[in-house]
Design a protein around this ligand. Structure first.
Ligand code: NOJ
Ligand code: CA
Length: 579
């Protein structure tokens, strides 16, 4: 076992500031698709280390690393075999330490993804549970139940998994006869852990300590609202269940139950033992009024708000979402979180360029709609997935308009108080990849929902670093998901140093943001319909034109524009910053 290196946190004041996370620009790396150092087609930790200078030049404050643990990749790494190790396909613990040290030396914090609701079915505990008899301590770490029906042939409940199909899977006993069932909210390779079991709680504390001791600065908590469950008999039927994301009283048998906060209070005590305290952000698809509990200082400290991600490109929608979330953050002491793209949704440069009819029909936010399943892939996709399913290609999309709006939206997002979460590749203006053959798709959401869900592979295609060469500079020999030819036009090398390129636009915006960022407040200023104008302390103004005709800019010096001004005016689908 490698020993963790001593991380020198005295490198810069920002690195020791306990509030570093409050307004951080956090860049999400999907490790298998970022950079491949050894030519096996899979991105790895050494690949990330080699790109630290790129990350530093980009101007981000932290990296959030999606799961890098040993995994059969039944769900892109969110099926973890061993929580305290590195997937050999991605490297070793020594590579992890080297990457962490390189990030820290560049002034970049590291946030690790923690997946506590379920392990993989290859985890030692689950193998033990399958080999152990009914009622054993090994089975008590998961959720095993007898089936219903004369011979236990029916699942304990008719619940559907988030990825489609049943949420219960039958096991086979050692003698080959059908046995008990286990619960899995996601794929069948992701058995749910039993959080009523103190051993499970202890083990996760050990995991959080393990990575914190190695220098991890914070954690992103996967499906943070699912851990505690009330599975007392009789289990309700689907028809009797409340809808995830819509309940206000914590009464669903497994979504957003009040007891889950007891777990996070315990985690917080551990996080606060470190200097600076470890941070955490909850992925919790809950009713907006219940999000604050996850974000409280006694809990995880921050929770994702996916509201902008689910909104249309619309001034009124943006204004009300921003106002509501800032008020919510202020009330809890958390800071707001903003996000347009991640590894679960269609990239925003594509969403905003969908043909208008589709944009309205498919991209309408569904989480807030009564009766909608907030964790459904439609809800997360916002969506464009129906378009992909129908064989949608970038040529069907107005990619130019999509990117223009994406840049305008990003400039607005980067001017907001709170943390900005960016997804790798968006700084290149990358579009979603629609043209992945069925035989090369990987996402269980696609396989468990034939003809219904296209899945999330389109935003997980390995990044183009160079305009030519094998796998566009991602590695030296191919990529685990096929890259389309049009990726060449988005390559980082083709944008580096090029005035007006999306990469240079992100670099300028992030550098300016660092310079201009002050207290976490915002003041709306009067503006024309379809225009949003706000100011931040210190006289930083952001103006976005969501309309169709150019508008006059307020007085001030323009320091950033997401597209060129026209005759000194702010054209449609453009944001400008002024000081
Ligand atoms: C949310 C993650 O973002 C997603 O990628 C994953 O499939 C599910 N949680 C299950 O872990
Ligand atoms: Ca590799």
């Amino acid at each position: 076992m490698t020993t963790a290196p001593q991380v020198d946190l005295t490198l810069s004041p920002r690195m020791t500031d306990p509030d570093w996370w409050r307004q951080a620009a956090v860049y999400q790396i999907y490790p298998r698709s970022f950079a491949d150092s050894n030519g096996d087609g899979i991105g790895d930790l050494k690949g990330i280390t080699a790109k630290v200078p790129y990350l530093q030049a980009l101007g981000i404050n932290a990296v959030w690393l999606s799961p890098f643990y040993p995994s059969a990749l039944a769900d892109g790494g969110y099926d973890v075999d061993d929580y305290r190790n590195v997937d050999p396909k991605l490297g070793t613990l020594a590579d992890f330490d080297e990457m962490t040290a390189a990030l820290h030396a560049a002034g970049i914090k590291l946030i690790a993804d923690i997946v506590p609701n379920h392990s993989s079915d290859r985890h030692e505990w689950f193998k033990e549970a399958l080999a152990a008899p009914k009622g054993s301590a090994a089975r008590e770490r998961y959720i095993f139940r007898d089936g219903k029906g004369e011979n236990g042939e029916l699942p304990p409940a008719d619940w559907t998994s988030v990825f489609g199909g049943p949420a219960w899977e039958r096991t086979t006993d050692a003698d080959g006869t059908p046995g008990q069932w286990y619960m899995h909210i996601f794929a069948k390779e992701q058995p749910d852990l039993n959080w009523d079991n103190p051993e499970v709680r202890e083990d996760f504390l050990k995991t959080l300590k393990f990575w914190s001791d190695r220098g991890v600065d914070g954690f992103r908590i996967d499906v943070a609202h699912a851990l505690t469950k009330d599975l007392s008999e009789p289990l309700p039927s689907t028809a009797e269940l409340g809808v995830e994301g819509q309940l206000l009283d914590g009464s669903h048998p497994f979504w957003d139950r009040d007891e889950v906060h007891g777990i996070y209070a315990e985690w917080r005590r551990l996080f606060n033992q470190y200097t600076p305290p470890r941070t955490a952000v909850a992925e919790a698809w809950v009713h907006a009024s219940r999000r604050a509990r996850y974000a409280s200082p006694e809990g995880l400290g921050q929770a994702f708000n996916f509201d902008l991600l689910q909104a249309d490109f619309d001034a009124d929608a943006f204004r009300s979402i921003i106002t509501k979330n800032l008020a919510e953050a202020e009330a809890t002491g958390a800071s707001s979180t903003w996000v347009f793209s991640n590894h679960d949704v269609v990239r925003h440069a594509t969403r905003y360029g969908l043909p208008k009819a589709l944009e309205l029909a498919e991209a309408t936010p569904t989480v807030a709609a009564p009766g909608a399943d907030a964790n459904s892939e439609e809800a997360k996709g916002q969506d464009g997935k129906a378009w992909l399913l129908a064989g949608g290609k970038p040529s069907d999309v107005d990619a130019e308009l999509g990117l223009r709006r994406a840049r305008a939206a990003t400039a607005l997002l980067l001017a907001l108080p709170g943390s900005a979460y960016l997804y790798n590749g968006e700084e290149l203006g990358l579009q979603e990849v629609g043209e992945i053959p069925e035989s090369e798709r990987q996402d269980p959401a696609f396989f468990r929902n034939p003809g219904v869900d296209i899945g999330r592979d389109g935003c997980r295609v390995p990044l183009p670093w160079t305009a030519d060469g094998s796998s566009y500079g991602f590695g030296s020999d191919g990529a685990h998901l096929p890259q389309p030819e049009w990726f060449a036009g988005y390559a980082a090398s083709a944008q580096d140093g090029v005035d007006g390129s999306t990469l240079e636009f992100y670099r300028s915006a992030l550098a300016l943001r660092t310079e201009l960022q002050g207290a976490e407040t915002l003041q709306w200023l009067p503006s024309a319909a379809d225009v949003l104008h706000f100011t931040r302390p210190g006289g930083w103004h952001s103006v976005t034109n969501f309309g169709t005709t150019a508008v006059e800019l307020p007085a001030g010096k323009v320091v950033l524009a997401s597209a060129p001004l026209v005759d000194g005016k702010l054209p449609a689908d453009t944001t400008a910053w002024l000081v």
